[in-house]
Structures are given as structure tokens and as C-alpha cells.
Design a binder for this molecule. Structure first.
Ligand SMILES: Nc1nc2c(ncn2[C@@H]2O[C@H](COP(=O)(O)O[C@H]3[C@@H](O)[C@H](n4cnc5c(=O)[nH]c(N)nc54)O[C@@H]3COP(=O)(O)O)[C@@H](O)[C@H]2O)c(=O)[nH]1
Length: 711
């Protein structure tokens, strides 16, 4: 049978050298339900205490050897005895003995001779009080631990006693040199650092209204220079009448870490992690405030919307980490460019924070809150454009970029932020349409253009599947024989309502909406398929020149795709000429040169298009594996009437020939142009004089013999 475990009876240790007293107490307490152990000396009590672990000690004062006071002092040093009640049994009741006993750590006194009838009750009461004290001490320990973890301390100001009590943790948080404080407010103020004193005073002053807790956060500089943010809370405790305040209590919390995390979260939410500039959210917030102020003061406000030209191409060809590094530098350049502007910087300060933001990708906005005239906005736009036009050094390479900026102004271009941003964006697109690297002020007609662009964009997305794309071909003519030796494939879009659109109307859009690869492949495939049967009049295979965009060129799959195309169509690689402009070399010259070598290795022909318009043409002629150089039409238009253009054309031809390259002149429209170019030694020509670009079925008749210049 198992029963409930026997209840453990509390153990009382009796320390008395008189055997009679020992047995009297023993009997009395045993009958009252206690276990009793007795020792005769203080030394014995100290030695046996750790083993016996009594719940209470009854101690005589006069003992042989060590007296009761000394034994009590020693017992109190034992960790097990710290909270055990020690009661002195004495016939001495003089104040000195009482004081000595309490100093030694006594819990209470009992007079000798004692009344056996109440001894048991007294001991029971003292045990209960001891248990309560132990519980209180445990709670205090828990509280101190919790306060330590939460970095919270407490304080209390008793108004009647004019006493301020500051807990140990609060003293630590406040940087006081004492462990805890209990004294007058003036004393506390003299001990505490000035900043802490000031903070306390102001919190106390504002806390006298019952039921209205007050709180102040303050950053204190600690004696070692550490910055600590402290939150001081106070609450008035009212008297029973509910109105008069009897004391103020409160907490002190070290919120340095919390503040740091809050600031970090705030930064993540409101700042762009790459550039450190405000993000869209913060920009909107600041712009709304600036707009409200502009409305209040009937002032002008401007928004600049900057987009980096062809950033996608740079990002794709240089890689994203280089793209990121470039954007960081762009952000710095913009900040530098606007720093000196009083349209951006508040008078008397150098603060530009918030004026510049990165909305995402390669888009930046600049807020001009207090614009005196529109000219100031265009001045800043010019400064930004010229700042970013200087070469950037990215991962050891020089990178050249340009930007397009749209400007909208309040009140003329919009009453609210959405309108102003949309219109600045529209103006930015207009700047792109105007050839990039410029700024445009918004005008109402731009909205129509923007709507038109959007409609065109939507139609373009379906143009391939709806079979609306076409290729036209323009003959490439041998200048000496007049025979058509090749054709250039030129893209057209047979738009269902707008008619046949030239590439100038849509090729940039093709790239921008990410259709560059798909359209490029369609052009290559169609050109190979449509021109496969064509031959020149002298039986030589006819060359087919196809324009390859920069984005297409920088795509890593180009070489593989071209090999597959040639394999699948059976088209001779020696007949396919890729027309590339010098700008393919801009972001990564070494990688571009390697791709050119690969293409050359496949047997393809390479033509350098728009020659003369780039930035380092001569260098490219010397080092890259081109077969043909196409002199840009801008040098040909006046070649027969302008001696300078003729000299330039001649120099280009001489240079190209020195490298064994063939030279083709574009845009021949007149016989004098043709004659002069023949005289200058040009090899091939292309232009309206012979034929404009025409549909595929119009080409075969032109291949039968020398082409006749049009009247
Ligand atoms: N990535 C691709 N780009 C392409 C493709 N097809 C064309 N393009 C690019 O569009 C540019 C404009 O082409 P287009 O409007 O077809 O103009 C060509 C000719 O029509 C024009 N030309 C030819 N001769 C004359 C002339 O005597 N006078 C005159 N005013 N214009 C003439 O020149 C354009 C051909 O130039 P080029 O390519 O430099 O040889 C075009 O430049 C391409 O960049 C495509 O499929 N993909």
C-alpha cells in the first residue's frame, strides 16, 4: 500500500549549555509538532548547521567559549543560514544586548524563562514569517534578474518623507557610481551626472497629475563617452482622496539597443540600401511636405526625374555588381552636383538630405522645394547631366554614360504629387526621344505622346505573333561594276492602323520592353530564309547585312544562337554580314573583342556601321577583325559640296584601306556624290540613288545586271 509521504516536521536547533533547558524546550516543541536537535556551544552550532539544515535556531546568549552573538554572526555567513530565523533566548533585556543581537543577524528575542504554553506558537509564527521573508527575497531576486534582462530599473520618490529610492539596476543604467540610492532628492542630484539630474527634475515636475503617466527619452553621454539612450517613466500615486499625490514611482530603461534597431528598421524602410539615398517612400513623404509648404507660400516647386540612358545594356554587359557600383557613383555625382544649389539646399545650411532619392533601378528624383524660376531647374539638370557625362571608373574600367531628365513644376504642371511625378516621367521619356543626354520640361502635348507610346508598346508586344514585322532590303552596290553584291536587311512594322513604320519609330521601344532578343532572332532567321536563293549577276554569293543591336551583341548566347541558325538554315556563314556600331566596345572592350573574334572564327563577315560617329574609331580599325567599314551618311550628304567632308571621307577610306578593309559609303543620293566617292577610292555604295529599301520580291530583278542609278 502506498500512502502520502510523511509530512516532514520543521527542525529547531536549540543552542544552550544547560541540559535542563535543552530537555524542557525539546519536550515542549516535540509536543507542538517539531523536531528538535540540541547543542551546547556556539562552535557546535556553526559546525553542525550545514548538516542539520534546521528551519529555526533558538540561541542562548551566554555560552561556553564563543558567545551567542559571535555564533550568530558566523551562522549568518553560511549561505544555508542566510534566511533562517535565529531567535535569542535571554534574560538580558538591556538595549545594548538587543542591539548587539540584531547587529549579529538575530531575527527576534525571547525572554527567559519562557512560557512553555506559547513557545510552540511563537516558533510556528517565526517559521511562517521566515518563509514569507524567503519568498520575498526570492521575488526580489527574480525581479532584479528580470530588470537586468529588460534593462529596467525602478525608482520611487516619497513626497512626505522627501526620500528618493533608486534601484540598483536604475543606478547602473543612469551611470551612478553607487549601487543603489536612498536619500533626499538634493543628495541624489548632487551625486548624479548633470544630464541625469536634469532629466529627473523635468520628469518629476511633469508627473504630478494622478493617472497621467509621463515619459521622457533622453540620450545621455556617459563618463566614458558612451552614448546611452534612457527612457524615464513616472506615475503619480494618489492618496485615498484620489487627488493629492503621495509619491511618484517610475522606471528607468536603457533603450539604446532598441533605438538602434528601430533606427535600423527605419533606415531599411525609408532608404535605398545600395546608394544610401532616400527611397520612393521617403521621397514621397518629403515631397508631400514640400508641396504643402509650396501651396501655403504660393511658391514654385520642381521635380527632376533622371533615368540613365541604356542602363540595362550596361548592366547586362558589365554584370550586376558593376551596375550597382556605377549607380552608387551616379548617386554621389548627383549629390555633388546639387550641393551648391540654393534651390535645393536650405539657405544657411549645407543640407541636401531628402532632396535626392532613388526610386528604383536607374531612376532618380531630385526635389527642388523653393524654386525661384524655372531656369534654376534647368541649370541643375544641366549640372547633373555634365556631372554624369564624365567617365566613371567601375571595377577598373572606364565607363561612359549619359542621362535623360524630365522636369515638372508646381503649380503649372500639377497640383498633386502623383501628377507632378507622372509628368516629370513623361518629360523624361520625351528627353529620351529627343536623342537622350538632355533634359525636357513637361508640356501638356507630352501626355498625348506618352499615351501614344503606351498604345504603341502594347501593339508591339503582339507584333511578332500577329506576323506584322517585315524585312525590306536595300542593295549594296559595287562602285566600279554597278553590280548588286549584297543587300542590307532593314526592319519594318506593318502596323494595322498606322501603316508601315520605319525602325526609328520602334526599335528603341523593342529594347526597352525586353523584346530585343526575340525581334533580333526573327530578323536573322527571316533574312537567311528570304535571301537564301539570291545570287549576284556575276554568280557570286550575295552578301546579306543584318543590323545587330548592342543588347543582342552583349547577350552571352549570341554565338550559340548564330551557330544553330546557320546549321538549321544551311545558310553559308560567309554570306552573312553583321553590322555593328562602335558602341558595342564601350562597356567592356576586351570581352567585345573576344566575341568578335569568335564570330569571325565562324566565317561570318563583320561590318563597322556608322563609322566616324563613335569615339575611338581609329583604334578599333587597327585591332578588331572587321571586313567592311560603312561611312556614316552624315559624312556623305555634303561630300560633293563641302571640302572638309570630302577630306574626312578620303581620310577614312585611306585608313580603312591601310588595314585591308573594304569601304562602303551610306546614303548616296546624287551622281556627284557617287563620282567623288569613286574618285576617292570607295569600294561600295548604298543609297536612294540606286534603290530605297524594298520588299523581298523587288530584289531579284535588281540582281540581273549592273544597277542603274535612278533619274
Ligand atoms: N537592331 C536593328 N536595327 C535596325 C534594323 N533595321 C534597321 N535598324 C536600324 O534602324 C536604322 C534606320 O533604318 P531605316 O529607317 O531602315 O534607314 C535605313 C535606310 O533606309 C537609310 N538610308 C539608306 N540610304 C539612304 C539614303 O540615300 N538617304 C537617306 N536619307 N537614308 C538612307 O539608312 C538606314 C540604313 O542605315 P544603316 O543601318 O546605318 O546602314 C538603321 O540605321 C538601323 O540602325 C534591325 O533589323 N535591327
Amino acid at each position: 500500500m502506498t500512502g502520502a509521504p510523511p509530512v516532514k516536521r520543521p527542525l529547531v536547533l536549540v543552542v544552550d549549555d544547560e541540559p535542563g533547558i535543552q530537555s524542557l524546550i525539546g519536550e515542549t516543541l516535540s509536543q507542538a509538532g517539531f523536531e528538535v536537535e540540541a547543542v551546547s556551544t556556539g562552535q557546535e552550532a556553526v559546525t553542525r548547521f550545514p548538516l542539520l539544515k534546521p528551519d529555526l535556531v533558538l540561541m542562548d546568549v551566554l555560552l561556553p567559549g564563543m558567545n551567542g552573538f559571535a555564533a550568530c554572526s558566523l551562522l549568518r555567513r553560511l549561505p544555508q543560514a542566510a534566511h533562517v530565523p535565529i531567535v535569542f533566548m535571554t534574560s538580558f533585556e538591556d538595549t545594548e544586548s538587543v542591539e548587539r543581537a540584531y547587529e549579529a543577524g538575530a531575527t527576534d528575542f525571547m525572554s527567559k524563562p519562557f512560557n512553555p504554553l506559547i513557545l510552540g506558537h511563537r516558533v510556528r509564527y517565526l517559521l511562517r514569517a521566515g518563509a514569507a521573508l524567503r519568498e520575498l527575497s526570492r521575488s526580489k531576486e527574480h525581479l532584479a534578474h528580470a530588470q537586468h534582462l529588460a534593462q529596467v530599473g525602478s525608482w520611487e520618490w516619497d513626497l512626505a518623507k522627501r526620500q528618493l529610492r533608486v534601484s540598483e539596476r536604475a543606478a547602473i543604467i543612469l551611470g551612478l557610481s553607487i549601487r543603489e540610492f536612498s536619500g533626499s532628492l538634493d543628495e541624489f542630484l548632487s551625486l548624479a551626472p548633470a544630464a541625469v539630474g536634469g532629466l529627473f527634475k523635468s520628469v518629476l515636475e511633469g508627473s504630478f497629475v494622478p493617472h497621467h503617466p509621463s515619459r521622457q527619452d533622453h540620450t545621455l553621454t556617459m563618463p566614458d563617452g558612451e552614448q546611452r539612450t534612457v527612457s524615464l517613466q513616472a506615475r503619480a500615486l494618489p492618496a485615498e482622496d484620489g487627488r493629492t499625490v503621495v509619491s511618484l514611482t517610475g522606471t528607468v530603461q536603457d533603450i539604446t539597443e532598441r533605438r538602434r534597431i528601430e533606427e535600423h528598421i527605419h533606415h531599411l524602410a525609408y532608404y535605398d540600401s545600395l546608394t544610401g539615398l532616400p527611397n520612393r517612400l521617403l521621397f514621397r513623404d518629403r515631397a508631400q511636405q514640400a508641396l504643402a509648404a509650396a501651396k501655403r507660400h504660393e511658391a514654385m516647386l520642381g521635380i527632376l526625374f533622371l533615368d540613365i540612358d541604356r542602363f540595362k545594356f550596361i548592366n547586362d554587359s558589365l554584370g550586376h555588381s558593376a551596375g550597382d557600383a556605377l549607380l552608387k557613383q551616379v548617386a554621389e555625382r548627383i549629390m555633388e552636383a546639387i550641393r551648391a544649389s540654393d534651390s535645393v539646399v536650405r539657405p544657411g545650411t549645407s543640407e541636401t538630405a531628402g532632396a535626392v532619392a532613388r526610386l528604383g533601378g536607374d531612376e532618380f528624383t531630385i526635389l527642388l522645394p523653393d524654386l525661384r524660376q524655372p531656369d534654376h531647374a534647368s541649370g541643375i539638370a544641366r549640372r547633373i547631366l555634365s556631372a554624369i557625362a564624365n567617365p566613371f571608373l567601375v571595377e577598373g574600367r572606364e565607363v561612359f554614360i549619359t542621362g535623360s531628365i524630365g522636369i515638372s513644376l508646381h503649380p503649372s504642371d500639377g497640383e498633386n504629387l502623383e501628377e507632378l511625378l507622372k509628368n516629370a516621367d513623361t518629360a523624361m521619356y520625351q528627353a529620351k526621344n529627343e536623342g537622350r543626354n538632355n533634359y525636357q520640361f513637361y508640356s501638356r502635348s507630352m501626355n498625348e505622346m506618352a499615351a501614344d507610346r503606351l498604345a504603341l508598346e502594347n501593339d508591339l508586344r503582339r507584333a511578332i505573333e500577329r506576323h506584322e514585322l517585315r524585312l525590306h532590303y536595300q542593295p549594296l552596290v559595287d562602285i566600279h561594276t554597278g553590280l548588286v553584291i549584297g543587300v542590307e536587311a532593314l526592319l519594318r512594322w506593318a502596323h494595322p492602323t498606322r501603316g508601315l513604320l520605319p525602325p526609328g519609330r520602334f526599335v528603341d521601344l523593342v529594347e526597352e520592353i525586353g523584346l530585343g532578343q526575340a525581334v533580333g532572332e526573327w530578323v536573322l532567321e527571316t533574312a537567311c530564309r528570304e535571301t537564301a536563293p539570291w545570287q549576284s549577276a556575276d554568280g557570286r554569293p550575295l552578301i546579306v547585312a543584318v543590323n545587330v543591336s548592342n543588347a543582342q551583341f552583349s547577350d552571352r548566347g549570341l554565338v550559340t544562337r548564330l551557330s544553330r541558325l546557320l546549321r538549321e538554315t544551311g545558310f553559308a556563314s560567309s554570306r552573312l554580314e553583321l553590322e555593328l556600331t562602335e558602341t558595342i566596345m564601350m562597356p567592356q572592350p576586351e570581352e567585345a573583342a573576344a566575341v568578335l573574334q569568335q564570330l569571325k572564327g565562324m566565317g561570318l563577315r563583320l561590318a563597322l556601321d556608322d563609322f566616324g560617329t563613335g569615339y575611338s574609331s581609329i583604334g578599333h580599325l587597327r585591332t578588331l577583325p572587321f571586313d567592311t567599314v560603312k561611312i556614316d551618311r552624315s559624312f556623305i550628304t555634303e561630300v560633293a559640296t563641302n571640302a572638309t567632308d570630302a577630306t574626312i571621307a578620303e581620310a577614312m577610306i585611306t585608313m580603312a584601306h591601310a588595314r585591308d578593309l573594304r569601304v562602303l559609303a551610306e546614303g548616296i543620293e546624287t551622281v556627284p556624290q557617287l563620282s567623288l566617292l569613286r574618285q576617292l577610292g570607295c569600294d561600295e555604295v548604298q543609297g536612294y540613288l540606286f534603290s530605297p529599301p524594298v520588299p523581298a520580291d523587288s530584289i531579284p530583278p535588281l540582281l540581273t545586271g549592273p544597277i542603274v542609278p535612278r533619274g
